[in-house]
Design a protein. Structure first.
Length: 178
């Protein structure tokens, strides 16, 4: 399986099938990240497509990055922030779809499903109360990114990401224990 960077290099060389593979590879996780940022599925879909249009536009400029994954998430994040600023509204962290996905397809007792749903709802409320910087770290880590990738996306040192993660865990523990 080709790395993301190798696929992007093939795209730069003119191979459009490489674009299709990148698109398919990032469709679910990146859409999920964008959806968590803006809170609206239709808007998230629009921003996802804008992100990949940016990938196509940038192929000629050949941006420098260590990780395609971190770069594409950074492009998506910037588009989300621009959209939010232009509409002057804050995005919600998650919506009912994200809550329901926690228990879909599992064989669990109804009481356990209710408890899991309540815990997930409490976590979502706690995450929504976090300052923007901590909420972004949470969503990027939840998307499976490493500290280095999160640092690249946010444009901060890895130490700052670790510090924010420490504060994030502390605040969520406090929030969830009350």
């Amino acid at each position: 399986m080709d790395s993301d960077e190798a696929l992007f290099d093939r795209l730069v060389a003119g191979e459009l099938r490489a674009f299709d593979r990148l698109y398919e590879r990032y469709e679910r996780p990146l859409f999920g990240f964008i959806h968590a940022q803006v809170g609206d599925a239709a808007e998230a879909e629009d921003l996802f497509h804008e992100t990949f249009l940016a990938v196509l536009r940038q192929r000629d400029a050949r941006p420098s990055f260590r990780s395609f994954r971190a770069w594409v998430y950074q492009v998506a994040r910037n588009l989300c922030m621009n959209r939010s600023r232009s509409r002057r509204r804050a995005g919600r962290a998650f919506d009912a779809v994200a809550r329901d996905e926690l228990t879909v397809g599992r064989d669990v007792a109804p009481s356990e499903a209710i408890e899991q749903h309540q815990q997930a709802a409490a976590l979502l409320v706690a995450v929504a109360r976090l300052p923007l910087a901590l909420g972004e770290v949470y969503r990027l880590r939840a998307a499976g990114m490493s500290y280095d990738e999160v640092a690249d996306v946010l444009g901060v040192p890895v130490g700052t990401v670790k510090s924010r993660m420490n504060e994030l865990v502390k605040r969520l523990r406090e929030e969830m224990s009350t």
